[in-house]
Every structure is written in structure tokens, then in C-alpha cells.
Write a protein that binds this ligand. Structure first.
Ligand code: SAM
Length: 385
């Protein structure tokens, strides 16, 4: 058990763990360890840790945290807090109405953090891949200089998505570029020699698979910063989760056609493994209705101009991606199905759009002879009063 935690979470602590049957139980024991090799490594490093950090590193970290504009009153988790380097910045950002929780597998690191912050932060000894917190606990989860050391990165991201509130944000950061982080770990060798920050493409994929969207990465000499959001939408009590991701040739809004039907380009619908059972018999369809989330579209727009003329139209009277719930659909031709990947023609989605649903298209059910948009064809109006 981690001595550092025994006395500090007697009341009001956030740490808890789910029991085997899925219910949540407050733990008597406050230490949740699953990863011993790194734990021992970082315990050994703890006494010298702070002396290795330069003023420049502190300044970079301060800038990263301030760029996040964390709202006062936020509940924030610092994953892999180490000696609590970030804690003063996080305490300042969340203010007196906020709550800061710091997680680490290495109890010696936490002892040093404790000496710095006293009871102004809740310190928890545990592994982010089995996060000892209830669903929907945090507004912000920050993972500074820790993610490369996490063995099962997808599991860690899934846990972070679980413990974030809907709309909550993940930030994975380092006070240097990805290349510099990886070179540093390679040069240190030993336990951390293979602890690498994945390529951007892979980080996007992992975040998508864990259920995040709006993933954005900044990678420059003085910092690496990935941010991603847990979806806000909920339908009854269940959140809308992407079932996959769309790989398309369109990288920016300007490149996508007005309608997928007007394009002869192909795209790939990658369905994530947990949902692939649902693809049974899909290969028998000639065309699919593809529903996806326009992850780069504005959600504040209710009226907009269309590519067809200068008039302003309501978003519910046109197919603009900008709308309160930016859900788009296409009727796409199904060309091939292979191991959870569907090759289709006729999708206008931007690359990396979260895939929400797939349904077979039927000309008998879905085609209405003579149906029209109205303003596009003849300007007719049915509004009364
Ligand atoms: C390189 S240190 C960074 C510490 C601190 N964030 C900083 O910037 O000084 C990485 C920290 O992550 C912790 N850590 C590594 N793997 C972890 C995991 N799976 N869950 C929680 N903490 C972990 C280590 O114990 C260590 O304290």
C-alpha cells in the first residue's frame, strides 16, 4: 500500500474503483497499482527529479497550461503528476472553487508532490489504464510527460474518456516536440528506451478509437500538445459513440464535393473492432446510407448561404455541414468489405470524420419519386402564417 495516501483521503476524495459486477465502491485501500517496472524506475528517480527540471521547462509548462484556458471551478486530473510540477499552475487555473486530483504509479514521486501542495490537491497512487475514478468525474484530464510511458495507450485513452464528463477535454503535453521526447527516451535507454510518443496519425486513430473527437495536435520545438474532446451528445442516458472513422481523400472543407453523389472518389469506412459484428450481411447491399459527424463544422449556425446562390437559407432547409448537431449523411456505393473496412464511392466526408452509423439504402423504401428541396428547383414555399 502507498503510505502517502493512507491519511489524506478520509472524506470527499474522488478515488473509487468499480467492483466486479460494475457497481462503484469507495476503496478502503487507496493504492491501485498495476505497473511495477515503471513504478520502481520512477520511484528511484523521485529524489533527483526536480533538480533535473530547468526554468525554461517550467516556463514552457506554464504557457501550455495557460493556453488551455481551464475554466475556474473545473475538476482537473493530472495524470502522471510525478513530483507535482504542474500542480501550482493547475491550482491557479481552477481557482478556489475547483478541484485538482493528481495520479501517479510511483508513491515516492507523490510524497514529494504532497510536500509541495499539502491538502490543496488530492493525490492518488494508481495506474491510468485502470483509473480509480467514477465515470464522468473530470472536466479536464492533463497528461504531461507521461503518455509515452503508458504501456497500453488505447486502454489509457478509453479510461480517460470514461472518467471525463461529456464535453470534457484531454490534453497530452510535453515541454518539447515529439521528436525531442522520443530522442530523449531513446538516449536514456533501459526501462524508458522504448517509451515513445506515437506518430500524429496514430494518435488521431487512438483518440478516435477511444471515443474522442476534435483531436488536434500542435508539435513545435517548445511543445507538443494534443487536445481532444469527449462527445457532448447524449441520447437518453447513453452517449452517442462513433462506430468508426472515415478515411477520405478530402483534407479540408474546400476539397470536399458539394455532395458525395457528385464524386467518383473512393473512401474507406473503418469500423472499430467492437462494432464489427454489426456488419454481418452488409456486403449484400449495393448502396449504404452513411451517417457521420462533421467534426470541423460550426454548431452555432442556424442560417447560411449555400453554394447555389446568394440567398440565406435555414440550416434545416439545406445540407450545410454547419448545424447544431453537425450530422451528415451520404448515399454511397459499396465496392468492397474487408476486415471491418468498407470501400465506398460517393462520400463527401472530410478525412477523419467520426463515423456514426451505416444503414443499407433501398430504392424501394428511400426513394420518393418527384421529391424536391423546393427552393433549389422552383422556389416553392409551404410556410403558412
Ligand atoms: C516523466 S515523469 C513526468 C512527471 C511530471 N508530469 C513532470 O512533468 O514532471 C512520468 C510520470 O508518470 C508516471 N506514470 C508512468 N506511467 C503511468 C501510468 N500508467 N499511470 C499513472 N502514472 C504513470 C511515472 O510514475 C512518473 O512519475
Amino acid at each position: 500500500m502507498c503510505g502517502v495516501l493512507q491519511s489524506e483521503q478520509k472524506g470527499g476524495g474522488l478515488a473509487e474503483r468499480r467492483s466486479v459486477n460494475g457497481s462503484k465502491e469507495r476503496q478502503q485501500e487507496r493504492c491501485f497499482l498495476v505497473e511495477n517496472v515503471h513504478r520502481e524506475y520512477f520511484n528511484q528517480k523521485a529524489p533527483q527529479w526536480d533538480s533535473m527540471l530547468t526554468e525554461e521547462v517550467y516556463n514552457r509548462l506554464k504557457r501550455i497550461i495557460s493556453s488551455l484556458k481551464i475554466k475556474p471551478g473545473s475538476v482537473v486530473l493530472d495524470v502522471g503528476t510525478g513530483t507535482g510540477v504542474l500542480l501550482p499552475f493547475l491550482l491557479e487555473a481552477a481557482g478556489p472553487g475547483g478541484k485538482i486530483v493528481a495520479l501517479d504509479i510511483a508513491e515516492k514521486m507523490l510524497e514529494i508532490a504532497r510536500a509541495k501542495v499539502g491538502d490543496r490537491a488530492e493525490l492518488v497512487c494508481g495506474d491510468i489504464t485502470a483509473a480509480p475514478f467514477a465515470d464522468g468525474t473530470f472536466d479536464e484530464v492533463i497528461c504531461n510527460s507521461c503518455f509515452p510511458h503508458v504501456k497500453d495507450k488505447l486502454q489509457a485513452l478509453k479510461e480517460i474518456a470514461r472518467i471525463l464528463k461529456p464535453g470534457g477535454r484531454l490534453a497530452v503535453c510535453h515541454p518539447m516536440s515529439r521528436e525531442a521526447v522520443n530522442n530523449l527516451h531513446r538516449s536514456l535507454g533501459g526501462v524508458v528506451g522504448d517509451d515513445l510518443l506515437p506518430e500524429h496519425e496514430e494518435m488521431h486513430e487512438l483518440c478516435g478509437q477511444a471515443g474522442f473527437w476534435q483531436t488536434a495536435i500542435t508539435d513545435v520545438a517548445e511543445m507538443y500538445l494534443l487536445t481532444a474532446r469527449k462527445p457532448v451528445l447524449s441520447c437518453r442516458e447513453r452517449e452517442l459513440v462513433p462506430i468508426g472513422i472515415i478515411h477520405s481523400p478530402y483534407r479540408s472543407t474546400g476539397e470536399a464535393p458539394r455532395q458525395g453523389r457528385f464524386s467518383d472518389q473512393t473512401a474507406e469506412l473503418e469500423v472499430y473492432p467492437p462494432f464489427r459484428e454489426g456488419l454481418k450481411d452488409v456486403e449484400r447491399a449495393t448502396h449504404l446510407v452513411v451517417l457521420y459527424w462533421c467534426h470541423l463544422a460550426s454548431r452555432q449556425t442556424l442560417q447560411t448561404r449555400t453554394p447555389y446562390g446568394p440567398e440565406v437559407r435555414g440550416v434545416f432547409a439545406c445540407r450545410s455541414p454547419a448545424r447544431p448537431n453537425p450530422i451528415a449523411f451520404c448515399v454511397a456505393e459499396l465496392l468492397e468489405v474487408k476486415e471491418g473496412r468498407l470501400l465506398v464511392r460517393g462520400v463527401d466526408a472530410l478525412d477523419k470524420s467520426p463515423l456514426l452509423d451505416i444503414k443499407p439504402y433501398s430504392s424501394a423504401i428511400d426513394s420518393v419519386a418527384g421529391a424536391s428541396i423546393g427552393w433549389l428547383e422552383d422556389g416553392s414555399k409551404k410556410v403558412k402564417g
